[in-house]
Design a protein around this ligand. Sequence first.
Ligand code: HEC
Length: 304
Amino acid sequence: MFSKIVKSSAILLFAATTLSAANFNAGAEKDRIEAIKYFEAKFEDPAKNLNRFFPYSDEQELATKYEKGLKHMDFNIGSYAYAKDAKEQYEALKEMPPYEEAIEKGEELYTKKFANGNSLQTCFPDLTISGTFPYYDQKTKKMVSLTSAINDCLRANGEKEWDTQKGPMAEFQAYFVNQSKEAGKKFDIKINSEAEKKAYERGKEYYYSQRGYLKLSCATCHIDGAGKRVRNEILSPLVGQVTSFPVVRLRWAEIGTVERRLSGCVVDQGQVPPKDESQEMIELLYFLSYMSNGMPVDGPDVRK
Ligand code: HEC
């Protein structure tokens, strides 16, 4: 009898802890699902939905230059999902992928020995985990991005850290991410504690905060603005926005990290971007990556 009571209360206790663990991501999950619904509604038929989503836009242009009937997974290629002309150029570029060389260089870097005999392979034995970054490190109580993890590995082994935006950092990431892509991995960001929930909320707040004299937020351009034209570019949607990095950008004429892209958007807002390895940057990336949960890891890729 006594043991029975102990057993059932142990089960109850277990149920209570798993329940609360599941709850930490409830708000984020709601955000993610709402975002998917919003973009699916917006791109169900842009010309038909002109009044609701594209006021002041040209109906003819919406009818002829935009794809229709888009679903969640279509957004994995950013604005190329809906911008017909840009997608054609994108597909032509993919015929001779300009990131192949970066993948090869990255593969060499993976096993290249440090002065102490270790290598990046020592720090990253599992090549299928790129969709789990950023994550919360319980020991250091800090958020870790792929970029900060790579530099932590270099520093811990007495090597010089890398530039966080290009060169070997972006090349090694091209190889690392490509391995997860080939293994069929998806974005799988976890929010399992109060600390992670707070980090997500700060990242989200950054995304929605208005900045600069134009009072623009990331959301102005990439939620409300997604599908609209800025100069000669069509704005990409929040959902699926980071799944293709690192990318070779024609404007850069080389491969670059996601931090390089995010910094560029902050600079365009007339602001000083947070440092690439700062908690602020990693939390922004955490929010963006959570919004891509369930979508395939698809980097490296090419962009205009
Ligand atoms: C004034 C509008 C504007 C604002 C504000 C802005 N961006 Fe962008 N962003 C762009 C344009 C234009 C591009 C290039 C076209 C595209 O892919 O969206 C871009 C591209 C991106 C991309 C690359 C998407 C891809 O598929 O290659 C990411 C990621 C991104 N922005 C994130 C952000 C974040 C995070 C913020 C806030 C810190 C932000 N942007 C603020 C205009 C903006």
